[in-house]
Design a protein around this ligand. Structure first.
Ligand SMILES: [Zn+2]
Length: 324
């Protein structure tokens, strides 16, 4: 495969729909044999004019989009891949307005596209950090949505109109950072209390880890499962090696992205923006080696399968997906 290094090369390469299909198929089925999503058979004919496969087992046709975040999308794959290139590689993220202008689709389509791309950026399954006596920092931060930019009707829909609304628009994000691996896990939590904070750590951090946190009461019981060092920010921010500067740097990045690029983030969409920032952060370098834009893009392309997000889910008109 040709090495693509810049946005300009990506635009050129992905202007050809067949090149897009070939690349998406290669990432999805690394052995070069597409698998029928209906019956799992691997024998098929390729219908070149329709750019679909016809399964020899069940006789059904399928495209490379089936069973991925691209499913049911009328937007051609080449536009998807350009948007994917931009979100993988723009350090502070990219807004639906930028995508709308850059690739020529409506802002509404671009917004929906970005929500689906963020879903692909979420690791699945989630792997734990730490272990073997390594150091993991934990911290939490408050993200305040810019309520003033939100439309009145939208505020009412979200139950935020009126004086009590402001508080409810503040959302807490909790994160852990593995210092050696330089990897972050971050998640929206409903409130900053012992149960939620302890549960977040238990889910994302391996046993036999040395946890560094501030003196927040939510971390009180960490010592039952981990070694636990506390830096009391009333006294100092650093005590020798004990500090939480790593995860705090990640919060700065997250907030810069949110304030600079996105006009307003509603609380229930916040997890997806967090996932986006975590993806770029965790794949900025592996060891001492910088990850190239092309490699980060291909990694994201390899994560599109098995994930679907419908318009109803993303706009809050259907159940569980919208709760965070
Ligand atoms: Zn089949």
């Amino acid at each position: 495969m040709k090495q693509i290094k810049t946005l300009q090369q990506a635009i050129q390469h992905y202007s050809d729909e067949q090149a897009c299909i070939d690349e998406a198929a290669a990432m999805r089925w690394p052995d070069g044999k597409p698998v029928c999503p209906i019956c799992d058979k691997r024998e098929h004919y390729y219908l070149a004019t329709q750019k679909r496969w016809k399964c020899k087992g069940c006789g059904k046709q399928f495209s490379v989009k089936v069973g991925t975040i691209f499913e049911d999308s009328p937007i051609p794959l080449n536009k998807w891949l350009l948007a994917m290139w931009m979100i993988s590689n723009c350090k502070n993220g990219v807004s639906s307005y930028e995508i709308h202008r850059a690739i020529g689709i409506s802002q509404k389509s671009a917004w929906f596209m970005l929500q689906r791309l963020r879903l692909a950026m979420r690791p699945d399954p989630i792997t734990q950090v730490g272990g073997n006596g390594s150091i993991v920092e934990a911290d939490e931060t408050v993200i305040g949505g810019k309520l003033k930019f939100m439309h009145q009707r939208r505020k009412r829909e979200m139950g935020m109109a009126g004086s009590g609304g402001f508080k409810r628009n503040k959302t807490i994000v909790m994160g852990v950072k593995d210092r050696h691996a330089s990897e972050v896990r971050a998640t929206v939590i409903p409130y900053a209390g012992r149960e939620t904070m302890q549960a977040m750590v238990n889910e994302h951090v391996k046993p036999e880890t040395v946890m560094y946190t501030d003196a927040h009461v939510g971390y009180d019981h960490l010592k039952r499962q981990f070694s636990h060092e506390v830096i009391n920010h009333m006294e100092a921010y650093v005590r020798g090696n004990v500090h939480t500067n790593g995860i705090e740097n990640f919060w700065s990045l997250l907030k810069r992205g949110l304030n600079g690029t996105y006009i307003a983030v509603e609380p229930f969409h916040l997890q997806r923006y967090v996932d986006e920032q975590v993806f770029r952060y965790n794949h900025r370098k592996h060891g001492n080696e910088k990850v190239s834009d092309g490699d980060r893009f291909r990694l994201l392309l390899s994560q599109v399968a098995g994930k679907r997000l419908t318009w109803a889910e993303v706009t809050g008109k259907a159940g569980a997906e919208t709760s965070n």
